[in-house]
Design a protein around this ligand. Structure first.
Ligand SMILES: [Zn+2]
Length: 283
C-alpha cells in the first residue's frame, strides 16, 4: 500500500500544531503487534479452531452466559487471550505516539476499545488511558455479588489450546467464593462492573476540558463496534472540542471534514510514515 506523501505531511502538520494528542485505538491497532482481530467469523475461527468445531462464534463465547454454561471453555478463551497479551510486545507505533505526546503542552490521552493493556505495557501513563470496554488484566465476580474489581496478576491460566479449555481452576471471587470473570464488557452483559472504566473516563473528561486544540489519531477503529469512532466524533465534531482528526485505517478510512486527514494503511505503517516527516520538525 503506497502512502501519499502530501497527505502524510498534512498529518504531521496537524500534530505539530496541536496542544494535545488523543489516541483513539480499535482492534486494528493490535494487528501489527501480531494480535488476532476477531472481526468476521473467519478471522475469529482461524485464531480459535476448537471453537469452529464446536460452532461457537465470538458473540457466543464473549458473553457471561458462556461462563455460566461452560466455565472451562469460556476461561479457555479468555485465559488464552490473557496469556497472549502478557507475552505480546507493542509494535513500534506505540513509541511514536508516546514521544509525540511528550512534545505537546498537554501531552497525550488514550481512548481504546481494546482490553489488552498494550498502552500500559508501552509505557503510557495509566492515568491517561480510558479503556471503554474494560481490561482483561482485571477481574470481577461473575454473579456479581459486589462492585469490587481486582488485578488478574495472581492468576496464571493453563490452557489446553487445542480444545480451548482451561486446565487449572478458574480464579474465584474473594467475597463469595464464586467464579471470577474478566472485567471486560461482553455481549449481552448486564453484570459488567463499569466503575474502573468510568473513573478513567472522568479523568479523561477533566483533562479534555483543559485542552484547546486537540488532534485525534484514530487507529484501526471500524464501524462494526463504533465506540472509538463515536469518541473521535465527540472530540472533533461540530459540538465537540474543535479538534482535528487523523484516521489511519486500511479499510474504512473516510473522514468527515476536509481539514481532516485519512491514511488508508495499517497502524504501524501509517505512524512510521508520519514519524519520518515529524522527525524533521521535532529533532
Ligand atoms: Zn462474588
Amino acid at each position: 500500500m503506497s502512502i501519499d506523501e502530501a497527505v502524510v505531511k498534512r498529518a504531521a502538520g496537524l500534530i505539530a500544531a496541536a496542544d494535545a494528542l488523543i489516541v483513539g485505538a480499535g482492534a486494528g491497532m493490535g494487528v501489527d503487534s501480531g494480535l488476532p482481530d476477531f472481526r468476521g467469523e473467519e478471522g475469529f475461527w482461524r485464531a480459535y479452531p476448537a471453537l469452529r468445531q464446536a460452532h461457537i462464534d465470538f458473540y457466543n463465547i464473549a458473553s457471561p452466559a458462556a461462563f455460566f454454561e461452560s466455565p472451562e471453555r469460556a476461561w479457555g478463551f479468555y485465559g488464552h487471550r490473557l496469556a497472549l497479551y502478557r507475552n505480546t510486545t507493542p509494535h513500534s507505533g506505540f513509541a511514536f505516539l508516546k514521544r509525540w505526546g511528550e512534545n505537546l503542552p498537554h501531552g497525550v490521552s488514550v481512548f481504546t476499545s481494546n482490553v489488552d493493556g498494550q498502552f500500559q505495557k508501552a509505557g503510557f501513563d495509566p492515568n491517561r488511558i480510558h479503556e471503554c470496554h474494560g481490561s482483561i488484566s482485571h477481574l470481577q465476580c461473575l454473579e456479581p455479588c459486589c462492585e469490587e474489581i481486582w488485578s488478574a496478576d495472581d492468576f496464571q491460566p493453563d490452557v489446553d489450546e487445542q480444545n480451548c479449555l482451561l486446565r487449572n481452576p478458574p480464579p474465584v471471587c474473594p467475597h463469595c467464593g464464586g467464579m471470577a470473570r474478566p472485567n471486560v464488557l461482553m455481549f449481552g452483559d448486564s453484570g459488567w462492573i463499569a466503575s474502573r472504566s468510568g473513573a478513567q473516563g472522568d479523568r479523561q473528561a477533566a483533562w479534555l476540558a483543559k485542552v484547546r486544540q486537540p488532534v485525534v489519531i484514530e487507529l484501526g477503529a471500524g464501524t462494526a463496534i463504533p465506540s472509538v469512532r463515536h469518541f473521535s466524533r465527540y472530540v472533533t465534531g461540530k459540538f465537540g472540542f474543535g479538534g482535528r482528526l487523523i484516521r489511519i485505517n486500511p479499510n474504512e478510512c473516510e473522514v468527515p471534514n476536509r481539514q481532516d486527514v485519512s491514511l488508508k494503511t495499517g497502524a504501524a505503517a501509517g505512524l512510521a510514515a508520519i514519524a519520518e516527516v515529524l522527525g524533521d520538525v521535532w529533532k
